[in-house]
Write a new protein. Structure first.
Length: 362
């Protein structure tokens, strides 16, 4: 039987035997697939796997596809099983189409990639995270040509720094602190992009003369005190995100979201309390887990801790008489990493994700 269901062996830390972990195939997984222009490894893996973010295991087990990044449109990929029953994709003959007008050459074809930037660009918001020390070093807007308390498109604003004429700058609002909900540690300060502009006059701060920026685009009102950062230092992302299981990431928490809502779904942006200091990397895919409600045994039988009386909670040795498991409810991909926090895109969610949901290596 072509389609086989495998159990998924997951752990907080992936061991060197991770290649032996079994994959969960879709019931609808086809026997073969012809690669088309625009496909990514994520797209192709989605055809076969319930968890396309585990694509490296499907491709890596294949001795005939040593480099999945060199799969081209027209290639036939066939789903087979090895002697141990592990699924893998085997490359068949390339399917080329010819016409009287156009002749397609292999050299003109572009190999498929993983997750291209354009696929998620609409969902990435250009927020940034700075430390307290970094904030003290950023230049900021001190006023505008009209003397308004806020500015919009088409106005000139003044900045207390010697800026580079012709350089584009991102303008960010004043920072809000990011606090770890468990340790109460300030992990950094979140600044949000509110507009962009171009420096049209260089200042001379040794003579207390500010630089001038012409506001080209304003997402919302720009106020005095807004931070100014060169666009190319904060708004560049890789053209392709290569996804991998976040093997080295210790368990963390969703601590905030770009929207500041308490619940979020697929393609929302969230923030987790792990960063460079925890070896988090761009492209890491993490599983989102949520602890199921705790249970206490009472004279009336088992009751959820939240529903039982204060007396039952006091006499109980713990919040629960059972080690209730956590259940996987989604996956996120890290796309921006700072020292102690990271930003992630929600790839999948079985239900609304929340602040304080746990994220961990799959």
């Amino acid at each position: 039987m072509l389609i086989r269901i495998f159990s998924v062996i997951l752990g907080i830390v992936m061991s060197v035997s991770s290649l032996a972990d079994e994959l969960v195939l879709k019931q609808s997984a086809p026997k073969s697939y012809i690669v088309v222009k625009g496909d990514t490894l994520w797209d192709i893996s989605s055809v076969f796997l319930n968890q396309p973010w585990l694509w490296p295991k499907l491709w890596r087990l294949n001795p005939e596809i040593s480099n999945p990044h060199l799969i081209y449109p027209g290639d036939e990929l066939r789903l087979v099983f090895d002697a141990q029953g592990q699924p893998m994709l085997v490359k068949g003959k390339r399917e080329l189409k010819w016409s009287p007008k156009v002749r397609k050459h292999l050299k003109d074809q572009v190999p498929v990639s993983t997750l291209p930037l354009h696929a998620i660009a609409p969902y990435i918001r250009y927020d940034s995270v700075k430390s307290a020390e970094e904030l003290t070093q950023l230049p900021y807007i001190i006023g505008s040509e009209e003397g308004y308390k806020s500015s919009i498109d088409g106005l000139k604003v003044y900045v207390n720094s010697d800026l580079v004429v012709g350089q584009s700058y991102g303008i960010y609002n004043k920072a809000t602190s990011i606090v770890d909900p468990i340790t109460a540690e300030v992990l950094g300060y979140n600044i949000k992009l509110v507009g962009t502009g171009k420096a049209i006059k260089r200042g001379a701060m040794n003579e207390n003369k500010p630089s001038t920026i012409y506001i080209e685009s304003a997402k919302r009102e720009i106020h005095s005190g807004a931070y100014v950062v060169p666009v190319n230092s904060e708004q560049q992302y890789p053209s392709v995100f290569t996804m991998q299981a976040g093997a080295s990431v210790t368990a963390g928490l969703i601590i905030s979201s770009v929207t500041k809502n308490r619940e979020f779904a697929k393609l929302d942006i969230v923030m987790i309390n792990k960063g460079n200091s925890e070896a988090v990397q761009v492209g890491d895919v993490l599983t989102v887990n949520r602890k199921s409600p705790e249970v206490i045994e009472t004279r009336d039988g088992p009751q959820y801790t939240s529903d039982t009386s204060l007396w039952n909670r006091l006499v109980s040795d713990s919040h629960s008489d059972y080690d209730i498991p956590a259940e996987s409810i989604g996956q996120v991909m890290i796309f921006r990493v700072y020292d102690k926090v990271s930003m992630a895109l929600i790839l999948h969610s079985e239900k609304s994700l929340r602040v304080l949901d746990e994220v961990a290596a799959p």
